[in-house]
Design a protein. Structure first.
Length: 276
């Protein structure tokens, strides 16, 4: 359920407005956050970002010296950009500012070493469907985050989709590996299905359209059904039929489940390597 404008912080600074940061900004505006309460900082703003800020009246790259410490600051630069962004962030936050970071791999301790004024810190990992309001975000709040701060962070994040809170920061890397990177796995599944359809004799463009429609339709059914995915799979599978023949391959030794487990583990390891 989307938040209301009064559930959002009174003022927000967004540092980094690429694909994900820009999607979050659009989500806040859609749920009614006052444009004048938002300041955006991005060293290389896209034309789309410039246009959005100009049309909606959002401050883009104001002088940090003239910015009052915001109630919340959302840090959305790339993990490798933390070092460069930290001095500017430190200059505009206060100990009362809620820091929400979506940087993969960067721990609460990593953030505090570079941004000493940060006290209340929320780590979150959204994913690309946030750009259409259908994101899945995992979030962790440090002990210093008040109930009010957590509610405000939830409002900021849920403007773009579903938010799941976890109690152990160590699990954020697993969230990153599963849902943060997960849309790419699904997109690759569509690519692979299309190529398999072409290999089976379909014209490549037809195979691509059918694969895309099949996955989007299955996703919609999954979203709208109360049944677990295991039951939905069984509902499609007639004993001895064509689907069963395919699942014998996908669910056999070396099939999709162990391959996915290996892929998620690799992503999780990489998230850990980005710490520091």
């Amino acid at each position: 359920m989307s938040p209301t404008a009064d559930q959002l912080p009174r003022s927000v600074a967004l540092v980094g407005a690429g694909k994900m940061g820009g999607a979050m900004l659009e989500g806040w505006l859609k749920v009614g956050m006052a444009p004048g309460s938002i300041a955006v900082f991005d060293p290389q703003p896209s034309g789309e970002l410039r246009a959005l800020c100009a049309v909606r009246g959002v401050a883009l790259n104001p002088d940090p010296a003239g910015v009052e410490p915001p109630a919340a600051l959302v840090l959305a630069v790339k993990p490798q950009g933390l070092e460069a962004a930290a001095p500017m962030v430190e200059a505009i936050v206060s100990s009362d500012t809620l820091l929400v970071s979506i940087l993969a791999g960067k721990t609460v301790d990593d953030l505090r070493r570079r941004i000493p004024s940060a006290r209340a810190v929320v780590r979150a990992m959204p994913n690309l469907p946030a750009s259409i309001g259908a994101g899945a975000t995992g979030a962790f709040a440090s002990a210093e985050v008040s109930a009010e701060g957590r509610a405000q962070a939830d409002a900021l994040l849920s403007a773009n989709g579903v938010v799941e809170w976890i109690g152990d920061e160590a699990l954020i890397d697993a969230v990153t590996a599963l849902s943060g990177s997960g849309p790419a796995y699904v997109f690759h599944l569509v690519e692979s299905m299309a190529k398999a359809g072409a290999a089976a004799g379909l014209p490549p463009d037809l195979a691509a359209r059918l694969a895309r429609a099949t996955v989007t339709g299955a996703g919609r059914l999954l979203a709208e059904s109360d049944l677990p995915p295991e039951q939905l799979r069984r509902n499609v599978t007639s004993p001895g039929g064509t689907t069963a023949a395919a699942l014998d391959v996908l669910m056999g030794e070396g099939g999709l489940e162990p391959l996915m487990r290996e892929a998620v583990a690799a992503a999780k390891r990489r998230a850990g390597e980005l710490s520091g």
